[in-house]
Design a protein around this ligand. Structure first.
Ligand SMILES: Nc1ncnc2c1ncn2[C@@H]1O[C@H](COP(=O)(O)OP(=O)(O)OP(=O)(O)O)[C@@H](O)[C@H]1O
Ligand SMILES: [Mg+2]
Length: 464
């Protein structure tokens, strides 16, 4: 019977005569991992790179090669185990080969073999009693980089490898896993640097990127991920041996903002006949940004950041005076953080109420994604082969924020999809609240669209 070049079992299962690989072709890296003879192999790298499929295939191999074996497949939470691990398992493993039943802490899979059936426990790692007293022949951990999966857990699981087969011998013991780049304890154990400084041949890292698995992914996925910012791709597409926690303060607009392109060398003046937009960030330290959106051009004119203790009424006065001095005669539309329309339990009035009647706020863009997309859109856009965004060089906070001060939040080594609040964020948020509303024209009624976008002529006015 034909055998797989690197496999230790016939490609046809003798008992039930089925193809254990279900006609799949495994990539060389997947094969290296599935058939690794090391005690601690991991698949390490980017999203969608074929890691979990390889992990369940290795789990199947340990079940088939050593009849009567018993293993643990785990992820940090049970819900995720169900949504990912079991989904990958069902895709990879021929249904005739196993039965699955729920048990107290998850599922138990019984794998048919040429001898005694093998069993696999599917568990979460969120509570030690679910795994700390098991006797096992192997352990497979999916998404080892998850925040709460620790070296201590890994060591505990490794110490559970004491399982004996029915004939009294023991299987090859292995603790294996798969992880995305960036977790400190994984880097400490598996990185090439560690192997150089303190070689331990039980550890093997098979490095993979999305591109190793591109043949099995929809073309749109590969394209969409290829367009992500470079820093993001370094950790999330490719294997990277630098801890993600060292990326505290990663700029939100990296790869989009370009000082030379977007900051005008000369003062930016408003175009007569087009209304001004003011974006507001409040409550908190109030920030206001004046800008214009023309047909294919965004001109950022002025920024104002109030002191943290300033009362809204004071800020209102400063904004009115500034407007009348710098932009006399220009009508404007005001968009603010929707929080301006809610009262905190101690407030008598909302910020929006305090600014009336002279300033009538409209709600700005509610979602972070909507705001960030609007910023990116304008940074990436061209207008007759020149950048569509020009920022007045005196908008120092806005420019400092776009150049890097406006940065992602981070917690315990994990980058959160939300910008930090810092000395730059109020001005940037103010701008984005307005920008997103006037860029997402689909969201506005035709009347507001005309109001905001239509060129108009305004005579000089005595007061705002
Ligand atoms: N050898 C293969 N043959 C066919 N399809 C494959 C193969 N390896 C992986 N795939 C498919 O590619 C996709 C991604 O694989 P997998 O889920 O294993 O990747 P992953 O690295 O775990 O991704 P994630 O970052 O989403 O956890 C899945 O749809 C999977 O079924
Ligand atoms: Mg996966």
């Amino acid at each position: 019977m034909a055998t797989h070049p690197q496999t230790d079992q016939p490609t046809k299962h003798v008992l039930v005569d089925i193809d254990v690989d279900r006609g799949r072709t495994w990539s060389p890296k997947q094969l290296q991992y599935i058939y690794s003879a090391h005690r601690y192999p991991i698949m390490y790298g980017g999203y969608r790179s074929g890691k979990t499929d390889a992990l369940v295939r290795r789990a199947l191999r340990y079940s088939l090669k050593w009849p009567g074996n018993r293993g643990l497949m785990a992820r940090y939470s049970l819900g995720e185990s169900y949504d990912t691990l079991l989904v990958n398992w069902a895709q990879v493993v021929p249904p005739e080969l196993y039965e699955i039943a729920t048990d107290r802490w998850g599922w138990q899979i019984t794998v048919k073999t040429e001898g005694a059936p093998s069993s696999i426990l599917v568990r979460a790692l969120d509570e030690p009693q679910k795994y700390e007293s098991l006797e096992l022949g192997w352990v497979a951990i999916s998404q080892m980089n998850e925040q709460y999966v620790t070296k201590r857990m890994w060591d505990t699981l490794d110490s559970r490898l004491t399982w004996k087969l029915p004939d009294g011998s023991h299987p090859h013991y292995s603790c294996f896993g798969e992880a995305n780049s960036g977790a400190k304890w994984i880097i400490d154990l598996w990185s090439p640097k560690r192997q150089e400084e303190d070689p331990d041949e039980e550890y093997e890292a098979v490095e993979v990127s999305m591109f190793d698995n591109a043949a099995n992914l929809p073309a749109e996925t590969v394209e969409a991920l290829s367009r992500k910012p470079e820093w993001w791709k370094r950790w999330f597409i490719y294997p990277c041996w630098e801890p993600l926690s060292e990326r505290a303060g990663e700029p939100v607009f990296e790869d989009h903002f370009d000082f030379d392109l977007h900051v005008s060398p000369d003062p930016v003046t408003p175009v007569p006949g087009w209304p001004l937009i003011r974006g507001w960030d409040l409550p908190g330290p109030v920030a206001v940004v004046w800008f214009q959106v023309l047909r294919n051009e965004c001109r950022v004119l002025y920024e104002l950041q109030a002191e943290p203790g300033d009362a809204i009424e004071q800020v209102k006065q400063v904004v009115k005076n500034t407007h009348n001095t710098l932009f006399p005669g220009f009508a404007c539309t005001d968009y603010a953080d929707p929080a301006a329309f809610t009262k905190s339990p101690t407030d008598q009035k909302t910020c929006a109420e305090l600014l009336r009647p002279e300033i009538q706020l409209l709600p700005g863009e509610r979602t972070i994604t909507g705001r960030l997309e609007a910023g990116r859109l304008w940074m990436d856009r061209l207008n007759h082969s020149k950048p569509a965004l020009s920022i007045d060089p005196r908008c120092r906070i806005l420019i400092g924020g776009l150049a890097g001060g406006y940065a992602w939040k981070q917690s315990a080594g994990v980058l959160l999809p939300e910008p930090q609040k810092n000395e730059y964020s109020h001005v940037i948020d103010a701008w984005l609240h307005g920008l997103a509303r006037v860029s997402a024209l689909g969201d506005l009624g035709p009347e507001s669209e005309r109001e905001i976008m239509g060129p108009r002529v305004f005579g000089p006015r005595d007061e705002l």
